[in-house]
Design a protein. Sequence first.
Length: 182
Amino acid sequence: MKKTVIFICIILIGFQSFSQKSGDKTYFLLTDTVFTEGSYCILPDIIFNLSGGGWIDSQGMLDSIVLFLKKNSTLIVEIGCHTDSRPIPMTNDTLTQRRAIRIIEYFIEKGIDPKRLVAKGYGEHEPRKLEKDMVSRGFTFKKGTLLIPAYINSIADRQEKEAAHDLNRRTEMKILRVDAKP
């Protein structure tokens, strides 16, 4: 049974998410006032170095999420990181778990209770299904496109292929519970 709770609306800038049902996932905005357990917000402005290092210029996005979590103190969330399907020296699972943990550590440093945070590295195991038409590196990918390796490898243009990989690499926030005790 899904639980719903109402919160005071806050304004945050920079999120390309949207409140709607898309396939098997329900998405929310950080400006929403109602949250449903199991709903997602894609956080497009958390960008990591491809070499496995830290994030690149993501401070504003991370601080906005900290503010969101402070304002909505009864939410328990999962930070899930995803990669593209290309192999790397460490496994994609390890890489994405480290990235998710690093984000959680940042939130804890900023005062968020660690009991409200879960880090999950998905590696390349959950290819993205596009929720809407999306543009990456100047290439348009249609709503409903499933960015699986077979699809990406079928793209002839190298730059377009990289654009598809870019869309698969993402960080999502998922609402696990709406009624935690602050």
